[in-house]
Design a protein around this ligand. Structure first.
Ligand code: SER
Length: 594
């Protein structure tokens, strides 16, 4: 069965059971401040999971584009992907555990649908803990369908709980389905640690809302959120051990063979990374992301640059991004029309990013080679200084992660803290120059973007002061000319309030507050009361930017060194963005223009 057939069957099956098909939401969340990317089908549906009425009804089915970058280093093995598609059926306060499990079982095993052998299936259910009880209903339903007790694992929150997508929100126990991919019959008992049992579907039963205080309060509306990965299940249906052996990647590998001359790119890590990353990059660009130095743009840049470097390992310096992006667009445009609609822009921008990077890559690689060769062999702890890593970034466009990766391949470490320091120093020393350029209106794009990024933090905090603490970032978009900031607030902001916000921001600029950055574990950052949380970074070390005594915010940066560099802040527009979300557009005016 092909991936196309799988998608079609899934949608058909659930339509027959009263579900309305909805389109995939974009990869960049429109109104969710807690994540950079849509990492699961539930993100775009959060308002409806919390009780808002969905125009298409209470039973939905979709295939959602997702990006998860947490395991980017693992890409190239059999299973990890940064981009994937997820099939899902949804109950918004409609059916619950029994129906969801019955339909999952029927879709998986009925010969009219996937026809997988029930003998090779196992499941897990939530074992219960101090927050929520053992999921006896899910357990009982599986038993009723003939699932032997030994094939039902009872696991804790780490395995059988999903959500919330951010720090707070809808969540609940889940039941996961596994398929035996080993040779010969499946063992009688299910051992979740045995990797030959591969997870193929996850039914989440959203019964709780996790609050700011960390407690779990039963939701009035109980929902079902299920997720089935298209790539993984396609591989299983075709008896393959990885999705790189399915038709989903065949066209990409043909193109890679054509460009690089590599004979079996699907079997090499480099070939897989190249195909995987450029597939992800093409989808991101179709949703409007452009290579840049912050947030989504930085991730995109990293994917493209990493892919190009892998193409060098396959022995070519020829341009690879455009031919591969073309394959992706042609292959997926029917399911995701935005690819076809943005074809010209995607190819052009992709090509531009590649030629920019390629122009310095060779020299950078030579420079890097010299650098590591200059270390005497007897030195035990080989560390590349932050200053040198910054030099590679600044001069040759090597994202820090790329340097770290290349270093570790040669047994080196990189002083990442030192890199951040060098970065900051550079910003400080270039500040004087940047300010001058600013006055003449000549500041380059990245300086202007950085300044607007800092202004966004000031605006966010000022809005909270004037309108109240309910104001939360719900989206942000910065170009070299303006900032756009979406935030939660129920009604129009009156002109007097806007004037007050503007005044507060300009006061902070006049005070020329220093901007400091500190890295700390997410949990500690939370305790400082920092705003602007990114759930994707949960459990990781995050950067906390403090602007004097005025604002503390978790953010990837970069920012200017002192607020005095910003010029004058002016709000240009206040309007509705979506229900409960307002949008402000604002600019920084240099003294010369003012
Ligand atoms: N949200 C769940 C997951 O991502 C089910 O869709 O696995």
């Amino acid at each position: 069965m092909t991936a196309n057939e799988l998608r079609r069957k899934y949608i058909d099956f659930f339509r027959r059971h009263g579900h309305a098909e909805i389109r995939s939401a974009p990869l960049v969340p429109e109104n969710d401040p807690t994540v950079l990317f849509t990492t699961a089908g539930m993100h775009p549906l959060v308002p409806f999971l919390l009780g808002e009425k969905h125009p298409a009804g209470s039973r939905l089915v979709n295939v959602q584009k997702c990006v998860r970058t947490g395991d980017i280093e693992e890409v190239g093995d059999a299973v990890h992907l940064t981009f994937f598609e997820m099939l899902g059926n949804w109950s918004l306060g409609d059916y619950f555990k029994r129906e969801a499990i019955h339909w999952s079982h029927a879709f998986l095993t009925d010969p009219a649908w996937l026809g997988l052998s029930a003998e090779r299936l196992a499941v897990s259910v939530f074992a219960g803990d101090e927050d929520a009880p053992f999921d006896a209903e899910a357990f009982g339903t599986w038993r009723g369908l003939g699932m032997p007790e030994a094939r039902i694992a009872r696991l804790g929150k780490a395995d059988n709980w999903w959500g919330p997508a951010g720090r707070t929100g809808p969540c609940g126990p889940d039941t996961e389905m596994f398929y035996w991919t080993g040779t010969g019959p499946a063992p009688a008992a299910f051992d979740p640690r045995d990797g030959r049992w591969v997870e193929i579907w996850n039914d989440v039963f959203m019964e709780y809302n996790k609050t700011e205080q960390g407690t779990y309060v039963p939701l009035r509306q109980k929902n079902v959120d299920t997720g089935m990965g298209v790539e993984r299940v396609t591989a299983i249906l075709q008896g393959r051990s990885t999705c790189y052996e399915t038709e989903l990647f065949a066209g990409l590998f043909d193109a890679i063979r054509g460009v690089t001359g590599a004979e079996r790119p699907q079997e090499s890590r480099s070939g897989r990374i190249l195909a995987e990353h450029l597939r992800a990059a093409t989808f991101l660009m179709a949703d409007g992301v452009r290579p840049g130095n912050v947030d989504q743009g930085y991730v995109l840049r990293r994917l493209i640059r990493r892919a190009i470097r892998e193409s060098r390992k396959l022995g070519t310096t020829a341009a690879v991004t455009r031919p591969l992006a073309e394959v992706v667009i042609d292959q997926y445009r029917e399911v995701y029309p935005e690819l076809g609609q943005n074809r010209a822009a995607i190819l052009e921008e992709m090509g531009r990013e590649e030629s920019q990077f390629a122009a310095t890559l060779e020299r950078g690689l030579r420079e890097f080679g010299k650098l590591v060769d200059s270390f005497p062999a007897h030195v035990e702890r080989k560390v590349i200084s932050g200053r040198k890593a910054f030099y590679l970034y600044e001069t040759f466009g090597f994202p820090l992660e790329l340097t770290v990766e290349m270093a570790s391949e040669r047994g080196f470490q990189v002083d990442e803290k030192g890199f951040e320091e060098a970065f900051r120093k550079h910003q400080e020393t270039s500040r004087a120059g940047a300010e001058k350029k600013f006055k003449g209106g000549l500041a380059d794009n990245s300086d202007r973007t950085t300044a607007l990024h800092t202004a966004t933090h000031l605006l966010h905090q000022a809005l909270r002061r004037v309108l109240g603490e309910h104001v939360k970032q719900a989206g942000s978009n910065i170009t070299a000319d303006r900032l756009r900031f979406d935030f939660t607030h129920p009604e129009r902001v009156p002109p007097e309030a806007l004037a007050e916000v503007e005044k507060i921001v300009n006061e902070q600029i006049r005070r020329d507050l220093p901007i400091e950055v500190r890295e700390m574990p997410y949990g500690e950052a939370e305790k400082t009361g920092a705003i602007g949380l990114f759930a994707e970074r949960y459990g990781e070390v995050v950067k906390v930017y403090r602007i004097g005594d005025f604002s503390t915010e978790i953010c990837g940066g970069p920012h200017v060194a002192h607020t005095g560099a910003l010029g004058r802040f002016a709000i240009r527009k206040e309007e509705a963005s979506s229900r409960g979300v307002r949008r402000i557009k604002a600019v920084l005016i240099s003294e010369a223009d003012a």
